[in-house]
Write a protein that binds this ligand. Structure first.
Ligand SMILES: Cc1cc2nc3c(=O)[nH]c(=O)nc-3n(C[C@H](O)[C@H](O)[C@H](O)COP(=O)(O)O)c2cc1C
Length: 200
C-alpha cells in the first residue's frame, strides 16, 4: 500500500500522559514547523502564528499563565492542583501553540482563516507523529484565557488559540479508538440524502 495512505489509515494521537519530555532536536522541530505550515490558506494571508514553548520557558509560562491564572479563576484550588497546572507544558519536549490571527479582508471571511489555523494544527500533529514522536492537539481551559493569548502575542479581541500541540517521545503505543462509521457521515447526494433533507 502507498506508505502515506498506510500511515494516515493508522495515525493516532498519543495522550500527553504517555509522553516523555526528552529534548526535541532542532532539526526535527524545523521539519515539523515546515510541514505544519504547508497548508491551504485562501488568499495566502498566513493568518496564524506558531509559538514554540520549550526548555525552561515551559516552566516560566507554566507559572505565569497556568498556575497563576488557574489560581485566580479557582480560588479554592489546592496546592496539588496548582502544581499540576504549573507543570503541564513540561510534560512535553515542546509545545507548539497555534494562534489564529485573522486579518481584515474584503472577500475572504474570517471563518476561513480560522479553518486554515486548524489545518496548521493538524499538519503539525501529523508531521510530529510521522517522525515517530507522540503528539496531541489540545485546547484545555487555557486556550480561552485572555492572559494566555496576550502573553503569546495575540489580541484577545480578534485572535484565537487554535490549539496547543504537545510533542514528546512516546512512552507507549496508543490503542485504537472508535472511529465514525463512514457510511453514516459520508453521504451520497441524491441517494443517501435528497434535496433539502435535514441531516441527523
Ligand atoms: C480543536 C481540538 C481541541 C481538543 N482539545 C482537547 C482537550 O482539551 N483535551 C483532550 O483531552 N482532548 C482534546 N482534543 C482531542 C484530542 O486531541 C484527542 O486525543 C484526539 O481527538 C484523538 O484523536 P486521534 O487519535 O484521531 O488523533 C481536541 C481535539 C481538537 C481537534
Amino acid at each position: 500500500m502507498n506508505p502515506i495512505i498506510s500511515f494516515l489509515k493508522q495515525r493516532r494521537s498519543v495522550m500527553i500522559r504517555n509522553l516523555n519530555p526528552l529534548p526535541l532536536p532542532e532539526s526535527d522541530l524545523s521539519l515539523i514547523l515546515e510541514c505544519g505550515t504547508r497548508v491551504p490558506d485562501h488568499g495566502m494571508l498566513t493568518p496564524w502564528q506558531i509559538i514554540v514553548i520549550s526548555g525552561e520557558q515551559r516552566w516560566q509560562l507554566g507559572k505565569s499563565c497556568l498556575r497563576d491564572e488557574f489560581s485566580r479563576i479557582n480560588p479554592d484550588a489546592t496546592e496539588a492542583m496548582l502544581e499540576f497546572e504549573e507543570g503541564r507544558f513540561a510534560k512535553a519536549s515542546a509545545v507548539l501553540c497555534v494562534v489564529s490571527k485573522p486579518v481584515i479582508h474584503p472577500k475572504i471571511p474570517r471563518w476561513e482563516m480560522h479553518l486554515s489555523a486548524g489545518a496548521v494544527c493538524q499538519n503539525l500533529l501529523t508531521a510530529a507523529l510521522a517522525l515517530g514522536y507522540g503528539a496531541q492537539w489540545v485546547t484545555h481551559w487555557y486556550s480561552y484565557n485572555d492572559k494566555m493569548i496576550t502573553t503569546l502575542g495575540g489580541n484577545p479581541d480578534t485572535d484565537k488559540i487554535a490549539g496547543f500541540i504537545y510533542i514528546g517521545a512516546k512512552i507507549k503505543q496508543p490503542n485504537e479508538r472508535n472511529r465514525p462509521d463512514i457510511s453514516q457521515i459520508a453521504l451520497r447526494y441524491g441517494q443517501d440524502i435528497k434535496e433539502g433533507q435535514r441531516l441527523k
